[in-house]
Ligand binder design. Structure first.
Ligand SMILES: O=c1ccn([C@@H]2O[C@H](COP(=O)(O)O)[C@@H](O)[C@H]2O)c(=O)[nH]1
Length: 278
């Protein structure tokens, strides 16, 4: 079976280095002329799938915006995941899960076991119960060709106080996460299946990302203020591994399908101007 890293590498080669998030904020639903209810959610997500499912490498539904509608929202998330997979994009579910290992096993089953209704290509995970506690996710991902993106240096301003705090050996908390994920990817070609989340907003923090060997998901572009040019400052010599991620910047072009496609094409052009050719 092909690894997630191999599948992601191919998707990026074929479709370009871009992840677009599905974040149906109440304000976006209103802007699209949709009600803030499950019907509005369903129409919103179907439109994004129609516009982008067959042209963007990775689509990242934000679970929170589906969960807020309870079981009917989660049913729409399940359906959205199926539609995206049918359309050919990789699905990265942004759920930022993390817990003690025995509970992480259940999260792994929920998202990374092909028999689950919420099965996706990759998930986001939080390392703040220790990177080792995420082992059941790493193991199930490896078994079924899935991927895990672990939070390292998040795009929000509050993140730095925790993530850039120093540990007893002098490394930052983020660098310990970076180093552990690098170990997991060792020897993987063309790309490892275990990624990191590093916000495009954080500036030059001096962290060493050169040995990660896996994808570096870069949210914070567009609505949070970072632009494609900031990728150079944040990622330096690791730009070749960056997967830029935009949600509101693209989604606000809707509900017109052609306008959504044009917005995704535009941000991809911006990113290609900065990232090395892949
Ligand atoms: O550090 C992080 C990690 C995750 N996110 C998520 O990405 C999108 C960003 O949406 P925009 O509309 O492009 O701002 C959202 O789902 C966040 O939860 C992040 O922003 N930063």
């Amino acid at each position: 079976m092909e690894s997630f890293g191999t599948r992601l590498h191919r998707a990026i080669t074929d479709r370009g280095p871009l992840c677009v998030g599905i974040d149906p904020h109440p304000g976006l639903l209103a802007r699209w002329g949709l009600a803030d209810d499950v019907q509005g959610l369903d129409r919103f997500t179907r439109t994004v799938v129609e516009a982008l499912g067959d042209r963007v490498a990775v689509v990242k539904p934000q679970s929170a915006f589906f969960e807020r509608f309870g079981s009917r929202g989660v049913a729409i998330l399940e359906s959205t995941i199926r539609q995206l997979r049918d359309a050919g994009s990789l699905v990265l579910l942004d759920v930022k899960r993390g817990d003690i290992g025995s509970t992480v096993s259940a999260y792994a089953s929920a998202y990374l076991d092909p028999s689950s209704p919420l099965y996706v290509d990759a998930v986001t995970a939080s390392p703040y119960l220790g990177v080792g506690s995420l082992a059941p996710m790493f193991e199930l991902a490896a078994e079924h060709g899935g991927g895990v993106f672990v939070l390292a240096l998040t795009s929000n301003p509050e993140g730095a106080a925790v993530q850039q705090a120093r540990t007893a050996d002098g490394r930052t908390v983020a660098q310990t996460v970076i180093d552990e994920i690098s170990q997991l990817n060792r020897g993987a070609t063309p790309l490892g299946s275990f990624g990191l989340v590093v916000g495009a907003t954080i500036g030059d923090t001096g962290h060493d990302l050169s040995g990660v060997g896996g994808p570096l998901l870069a949210p914070g572009l567009g609505a949070q203020g970072a632009g494609a040019a900031d990728l150079r400052t944040v990622f330096g010599s690791s730009l070749a591994s960056v997967l830029p991620s935009y949600s509101r910047e693209v989604l606000s072009a809707g509900p017109d399908v052609a306008a959504l496609r044009a917005a995704a094409d535009r941000v991809l052009v911006d990113c290609r101007a900065v990232l090395p050719a892949r």
